[in-house]
Design a protein. Structure first.
Length: 223
């Protein structure tokens, strides 16, 4: 069964608090993972980005202020992920996903994350070829394929990301793989059938009634 992991991309403490409260209200999500996005304007160079006039999203210090029963994974859309690890540990994160396209040394970053007792994952922008990450597959726990450009929720889904997902499966790469962004009830079944072990869903869940939105996703997959 594919896992639905809710995502929060917050640019203010108030937004994070409100989104977290909404996730807490959904009984079906309790005790599971929550995917929290962190970004800076150096890495997220998307002209449509909500970060165009801001330095970055909220930081791990805000997460620490609002305890939750969720297991937390961080998605670092930043140039230098190593600089974030210690603060993420303090905030209770168990998994760190960073981008292959970052400036830090990939092997060293994986080793650093794992040396701290955390799971390590790599994310790929849609335009990055799968071959570039294959040498690291045996060292990571998670491979995250972007279904949108990094840095803004509510974007349309990039269809060719499904082809990359199918490529992961056809090559028999031994890693849990999922897609992040643009996922709705009209495309989630195709993504799951293509082999996704999990999907990251943000704006579709958080806008409107979260229980109804979650039910519509399960209905789309299994109904």
């Amino acid at each position: 069964m594919a896992q639905i992991i809710p995502a929060i991309l917050a640019t203010s403490e108030e937004q994070y608090q409100n989104d977290l409260a909404k996730l807490h209200s959904a009984e079906a999500l309790q005790g599971g993972w929550i995917h929290i996005d962190f970004a800076d304007t150096y890495f997220v160079q998307n002209e449509q980005s909500s970060f165009a006039s801001q330095s970055k999203t909220i930081g791990p210090e805000i997460i620490s202020k609002f305890p939750s029963k969720f297991r937390k994974e961080a998605h670092l859309m930043v140039d230098n992920p190593n600089e974030w690890i210690e603060e993420l540990i303090k905030a209770g994160f168990e998994r760190v996903i960073f981008h292959l396209e970052c400036k830090d040394n990939i092997n060293e970053t994986i080793e650093y994350i794992k040396s701290k007792g955390l799971e390590a994952g790599i994310a790929l922008k849609n335009e990055t070829e799968l071959e570039k990450v294959e040498q690291f597959i045996e060292k990571i726990d998670i491979l995250l394929l972007m279904g949108v450009k990094p840095g803004l929720q509510g974007q349309p889904f990039i269809e060719k990301s499904i082809n990359k997902l199918k490529e992961v499966k056809s090559k028999g790469l031994k890693v849990r793989v999922g897609i992040d962004g643009g996922i709705k009830n009209d495309n989630i079944k195709e993504i799951v059938l293509a082999g996704a072990d999990f999907v990251i869903v943000g704006s579709y869940l958080l806008k409107g009634d979260i229980d109804e939105n979650l039910e519509s996703l399960w209905e789309a997959i299994y109904g």
